[in-house]
Design a protein around this ligand. Structure first.
Ligand code: FAD
Length: 550
């Protein structure tokens, strides 16, 4: 067969680059939040996650998706999920990099920067593959809630904080490492978990405290092959938080039946299941009847990860768009030299840097919980960052995908990652509290915390640097103090996010980035789509800062 044509004008994919070294926004945010931080580990991780080998694992784990095996060949119930070896390679790398519970290891907490460093690593890993980060995130987030049962935490902490990945189904004490998940959502309600019908009957007590027999179901139960879960179930005292291991201390398998796996839009490499509990054994964590606040200690940390994850996906989408447009020619120029394409790319770069700055600022707050201001910021910025960054994600992915033209829409190797990013984006916005729930949570946060004063304090360093930010910053604490109604909650969350992002950029980014962000997002020189920065924006400087190659 003779070729009818030559293939040309096709960009080389972005592989074998160090994703940390080329991410200036990430480096600036780290330098701001923890000056002098040792970033050697992140640099090494940046090389690993940017490598062609790991990118291949990410592709394969998404093509060869998890398979549920409910029964053995001879009819015994086994409830196992089988994964492609590439999934395990990704999990091993993420656990090895300490992205799960390692931040709670004593030597890590002593450093005072464990959550921030881990947050940066989590963002970098998202650029490789976000689905495996579901069990990784839950295994990270579980510690503050699990500490509500000191005996269980003492027994499980070594496995949850170790850097060893062991996917085998065994009693925890025989494993070098363990992972954990969570089960709250039932068919009749996910946001309103008070509607949970799963029942827990007392079944004596032992070294782990009060034991219960659990009967019921969970409608979304991600990563069901984790070693244990925190779940909500109704006891005589009301909704309670329970620890549910897959293998019981005597080595027998707990009565957790996986009904089926979800057929999801994205997040393909991760198994999300529907389960039933048939008199499964579980132990009380925290106070009986106070399950919601108890499990929300876990929810708070996973919400941080939603903001981090979406920021990582934004950075990845932007990098791919920049890589493509620097190589692809149309109408006699490379795309990146076309003025309107510059506007789109620069606008995306502003959004990506602002997301990175806000997500890492929030992570810092979890390292400094001894400081009253940081306590308020953790409470205030968790719903704000989760709401705003995740809400912007899908719009961002669509625009970055469009930079690649038709190839962006195609599900195939190389730049086909863009389609995967696009399908992944809505997830962080929905799970762990959808947009409205986050905005309503902000109202609860400002009711409890001394939020107005803390916000004013947070914005103060940027005072006098941009008229539009000054205007917003002067009014925002008052709006917080007066308390918005539910109808206004999304608008308040948006405005708090934009003000904090602007104040952070004032301290971490070049003036060109800060000014264009404020002019567009706060000053009204902007449209409803990306690519509508005013002609005064220094798009060349903004783009060159975001370039994914050295
Ligand atoms: C891929 C995936 C994995 C998941 N994994 C897990 C898991 O491992 N464990 C787990 O427990 N859950 C998991 N979930 C479930 C997820 O957390 C819930 O879907 C989510 O919390 C929303 O609950 P729901 O689906 O019941 O929707 P609903 O609660 O019915 O909410 C529907 C809509 O109504 C809005 N809404 C609700 N209340 C109000 C109100 N008062 N005012 C205004 N608007 C409101 C919500 O914002 C949302 O937009 C997963 C979901 C997905 C998609």
């Amino acid at each position: 067969m003779q070729a009818t044509h030559e293939v040309f004008n096709q960009p080389a994919p972005l592989v074998d680059v160090n994703l940390f070294e080329t991410n200036r926004a990430l480096q600036a945010a780290l330098a701001f939040n923890a000056p002098g931080l040792d970033t050697a580990g992140l640099r090494a991780l940046g090389a690993t996650v940017g490598s062609a080998e790991m990118q291949t694992h990410a592709r394969l784990a998404n093509v060869f998706t998890p398979q549920l095996k409910t029964h053995s060949r001879v009819g015994e119930r086994i409830d196992q999920v089988e994964f492609h070896p590439s999934y395990h390679a990704l999990m091993r790398e993420a656990v090895g990099a300490g992205l799960h519970g390692h931040a709670f290891a004593p030597e890590e907490t002593a450093s005072g920067t464990a959550h921030l460093r881990r947050a940066a690593g989590f963002m970098l890993f998202t650029e490789l593959e976000p689905s495996v980060l579901c069990p990784i995130s839950m295994s990270y987030a579980v510690t503050p809630a699990l500490q509500g049962n000191a005996a269980i935490y003492r027994d499980w902490a070594p496995q949850l904080t170790s850097r060893a990945y062991d996917p085998t189904l065994k009693v925890w004490r025989d494993k070098p490492g363990a992972t954990m998940g969570m089960g709250m959502t039932e068919k009749q309600g996910g946001s309103d978990v008070r509607a949970n019908t799963t029942r827990a009957e007392p079944a004596g007590s032992d070294g782990w405290g009060q034991r219960f027999s659990v009967t019921g179901h969970k409608w979304f139960f991600s990563a069901p092959m984790c070693d244990a879960f925190l779940i909500l179930a109704q006891t005589a005292s009301g909704l309670s938080c329970l620890f549910l291991p897959r293998v019981l201390p005597d080595g027998s398998v707990n009565a957790i039946r996986i009904q089926r796996l979800k057929d999801k839009l994205g997040n393909k490499a991760n198994a999300s299941s529907e389960v039933e509990f048939h008199g499964a054994s579980a132990w009380l964590v925290g106070e009986e009847g106070r399950g919601v606040p108890q499990i929300l200690a876990m929810g708070t940390m996973t919400r941080l990860d939603c903001a981090l994850g979406t920021s990582g996906l934004m950075r990845q989408a932007l990098s791919i768009a920049l890589n493509h447009t620097t190589q692809r020619k149309a109408f006699g120029k490379v795309l990146i030299d076309q003025p309107l394409m510059k506007n789109v790319l620069a606008d995306l770069a502003l959004e990506s840097e602002a997301a990175t700055a806000l997500a890492l600022r929030l992570a810092r707050a979890f390292d400094r919980q001894h400081d009253p201001h940081e306590q308020v910021m953790a409470r205030l910025l968790t719903p704000v960052a989760k709401f705003w960054i995740c809400k912007r994600g899908s719009h961002f992915a669509q625009e970055a995908m469009e930079c690649l033209g038709g190839n962006g829409y195609v599900e195939e190797g190389g730049e086909g990652i863009m389609a995967r990013i696009y399908r992944e984006m809505p997830l962080n916005s929905i799970w762990e509290g959808a947009g409205n729930i986050m905005a309503l949570d902000l109202l609860r946060a400002i009711r409890k915390a001394d939020a107005a004063a803390a916000l004013a304090h947070e914005l103060a360093p940027a005072k006098g640097m941009h008229a539009a930010l000054d205007h917003l910053a002067a009014r925002l604490p008052l709006r917080v103090e007066e308390m918005a109604t539910e109808m206004e909650a999304r608008r308040l969350a948006q405005d708090v996010a934009l003000a904090v992002q602007a104040a952070l950029l004032a301290q971490t980014a070049p003036a060109e980035v800060f000014n264009a962000f404020c002019d567009s997002r706060l000053g009204g020189h902007w449209g409803y789509s990306f690519g509508s920065l005013s002609s005064g924006a220094d798009v060349d400087t903004i783009i060159s800062r975001a370039m994914p190659r050295a």
